[in-house]
Design a protein around this ligand. Structure first.
Ligand code: NAG
Ligand code: NAG
Ligand code: NAG
Ligand code: NAG
Length: 664
């Protein structure tokens, strides 16, 4: 009997984990630890960039094809063709929309733009519409040009007009505000341009560079979509990695070039992006930098590093990546070392545009001429992207060497980040930092929460630049949803990631930054799932992983407090940090397993611990997700919890919890 009681107590002891917290911090938690990884993967145009019109300037399309008219549709019997204009609106925008009004026309004749899978129309907003037009040959026409917003059923929601004349053979810009008289019940709305068919019968008018903006984040002209910006800032990010990612460019000709993304929109040619659609580059280098200033994020900026690689879905150790577009298998070609200097110069110019002295650099002088003489903040530059893939590692040593030795000499304050696998191949100069990527299963994430614990502390730091639990099937990570690929993050995937993130916090003496990827997904045009935030033309859906990121980022603290270690490879993980200024102590608990787990926290080293604390917990069914149909299925719940120097918390199955107590 006595033995049984003892045995029972022993078993209970084993089940209830006790975590002793050390009040002396082991290291500072870097301010940069949590942030955002961004590239245009159906998330810049039609997403973060607030422009509402799709294919607004006929960039990078083939004239006289149906495809060139993407998103544009005739009203009534209008003739519409994208032409290579004999007198283009600008050198960068060679194409225009040629609109013809057949003889015998009457009523409204014109065309619509469907937006990016719809347009949200809100009567509380003023929309800024603009376009350029010219008559290819002078005519005696005089009449109203009307622009507006209508439902796809044809009900007019807003319109505004200006008088135009057929003698206008030079490109002329029209700017009109639109004040909707009613909000639309859904996003099935279009932008329209019309003239009176009877008055205009027989006329031909060329149009170029259309634009339609709703109010933007901080009211910046050519700015950022407000609801997405607010969602991203709600997460508490400290940095923003950009412009890619793969979208840095897969070929020399189509690479992202900073200088093609700044200045007048008329001077931005756009580019064939790397995810199967044209990028307008309306969201250009200056727009990114202004967004960082408006949100307090700091850039982790990439420069193209002379390589376009074969993408495949093969398993390459820890780093797994795939672009689901066979057309991108380009043969894994690198720019020869002797041909690198102009690309290194372009990278230097890109950095100078951000931080250079206008008196010394023409790129910096350009920034000043665009209204920002002061340098922006820039501490981190990434050289290339995923140079661990395919044949990229074989040429990365000379590319890294030539880029970094030159750029480091010119910009001694910048930390350059290598994108090959850490320590293989051997690089010179020795990288100060590496960018590490992983797309894996929820199980992999909790099993690898100790990934960085064994790393040498020798001055090298790590950026966990892309990570996400993307599939429950370890043998078919990049397969279909039916095979385990996640359409949206789940409670299980978020709790697995959170377990991994407790390891990032524990190792934040060497892991200086980490970001889930990809960030954004337009639900009507998706290249990759799952994503942190989903949206359509009218709404935003925050995923379970978004809330896990938010719980970590907004409860970060600046001191890491060592505690009893979790079981390496187990489902239950924790991390304890503290704010040295407020005394708030943040206890994060990730339970990635299917049973609830009790943990007793011992904070007896502190002289005082508040008797109550705040508990925030994200939990739900293993496969539960936030989706367009149920956007708020799983959201964190906040409550008060009894704490003190010793207290026990029962972490629900599949959960991410943060307990905040005040300690002195
Ligand atoms: C966008 O996706 C939603 C959800 O699947 C769907 O209801 C809607 O019809 C789609 N819109 C368009 C324009 O395809
Ligand atoms: C039409 O646009 C002009 C110029 O932007 C603006 O001043 C005016 O208020 C607009 N009218 C209507 C009816 O929205
Ligand atoms: C950008 O600069 C490169 C040289 O670094 C030049 O080849 C290219 O034409 C420029 N592009 C634009 C659009 O100005
Ligand atoms: C740092 O540690 C790694 C192993 O984690 C090792 O391969 C590398 O050579 C070390 N670097 C330096 C600069 O000592």
């Amino acid at each position: 009997m006595k033995l049984l009681v003892l045995l029972g107590a022993f078993v209970a002891q084993c089940l209830a984990v006790t975590v002793t917290v050390n009040k002396n911090p082991s290291h500072t938690v870097p301010s940069t630890l949590y942030g955002l990884m961004f590239e245009d993967i159906n998330s810049g145009d039609g997403g973060l960039y607030a422009e509402l019109l799709q294919n607004r300037a006929f960039q990078q399309v083939t004239p006289n094809t149906a495809a060139a008219l993407n998103a544009w549709h005739p009203i009534s019997n209008a003739g519409l063709t994208v032409v290579k204009d004999s007198t283009p609106v600008s050198a960068a925008l060679p194409n225009s929309l040629q609109f013809t009004v057949p003889s015998g026309s009457s009523g409204r004749v014109g065309f619509t733009n469907e937006g990016f899978w719809g347009i949200k129309v809100d009567s509380a907003s003023t929309y800024k519409a603009s376009l350029f037009f010219r008559f290819p040959t002078s005519t005696s026409f005089s009449g109203a040009l009307t622009v507006g917003l209508q439902t796809n059923a044809g009900k007019i929601l807003a319109q505004n007009s200006t008088q135009i004349r057929g003698t206008t053979t030079k490109w002329t810009q029209v700017n009109l505000d639109l004040h909707p008289t009613a909000s639309a019940s859904d996003v099935s709305n279009s932008f329209f341009v019309t003239i009176d068919g009877a008055a205009g019968a027989g006329q031909t008018i060329n149009f170029a560079m259309f634009s339609l903006f709703p109010p933007t984040f901080k009211n910046r002209p050519n700015g950022i979509r407000a609801d997405l910006a607010e969602t991203l800032t709600e997460m508490g990010p400290s940095f923003f990695r950009f412009p890619g990612g793969n979208n840095l460019g897969q070929t020399t000709a189509t690479r992202w070039q900073w200088n093609a993304t700044v200045g007048s929109l008329l001077d931005r040619p756009g580019r064939v992006g790397d995810w199967g659609y044209v990028n307008t580059d309306g969201l250009g280098l200056l727009e990114y930098l202004e967004f960082f200033e408006d949100t307090g994020m700091e850039p982790i900026m990439a420069v193209w590093a002379g390589e376009y690689s074969v993408r495949d879905g093969s398993t390459q150790g820890r780093s797994l990546i795939l672009i689901p577009h066979t057309g991108y298998a380009l043969g894994g070609t690198s720019v020869a070392e002797s041909a690198l200097p102009p690309y290194i110069q372009q990278a230097a110019d890109q950095i100078n545009f951000v931080i250079g002295d206008p008196a010394k650099s023409s790129a910096a002088a350009l920034r000043a001429s665009l209204g920002h003489p002061e340098p922006f903040a820039l501490r981190f530059v990434e050289v290339g992207n995923e140079d661990f893939i395919g044949s990229a590692p074989s040429t990365y040593p000379y590319r890294w060497h030539d880029f970094v030795s030159s750029l480091q000499a010119e910009f001694p304050s910048i930390r350059f980040i290598a994108t090959s696998n850490a320590w293989n191949p051997v690089l010179s100069p020795v990288p100060q930092s590496y960018d590490v990527h992983v797309y894996q299963t929820p199980t992999w994430f909790y099993q690898n929460a100790f990934y960085y614990d064994g790393f040498q502390r020798n001055g090298t730091t790590y950026f966990e630049g892309e990570y996400a639990a993307i599939s429950t099937n370890p043998n078919d990570l990049f397969g279909s949803v039916a095979d385990g690929r996640l359409a949206f993050p789940t409670v299980q995937s978020a709790s697995g990631e959170a377990a991994f993130m407790t390891g990032l916090e524990r190792n934040s003496d060497i892991v200086f930054a980490a970001s889930y990827a990809p960030l954004l997904q337009h639900i009507n045009s998706t290249q990759w799932t799952p994503d942190l935030v989903s949206y359509d033309a009218g709404s935003v859906i925050k995923s379970t992983s978004f809330y896990a990121q938010k719980l970590f980022a907004t409860n970060k603290g600046d001191q890491y407090l060592p505690s009893t270690l979790p079981t390496n490879g187990g489902t239950l993980h924790w991390s304890i940090t503290r704010s040295s200024t407020s005394g708030q102590t943040f206890i994060k608990i990730a339970n990635a397993g299917s049973t609830a787990q009790s943990i007793t926290f011992s904070l007896t080293q502190f002289s005082t611990v508040s008797s109550t604390g705040t508990l925030q917990v994200l939990t739900g069914a293993e496969t539960a997700s936030n989706t367009p149909q149920a956007p708020n299925a799983v959201v964190p719940q906040t409550s008060t919890i009894t704490t003190g120097k010793t207290f026990t918390y029962n972490a629900p199955a599949f959960s991410v919890s943060v307990i905040t107590v005040t300690t002195q």
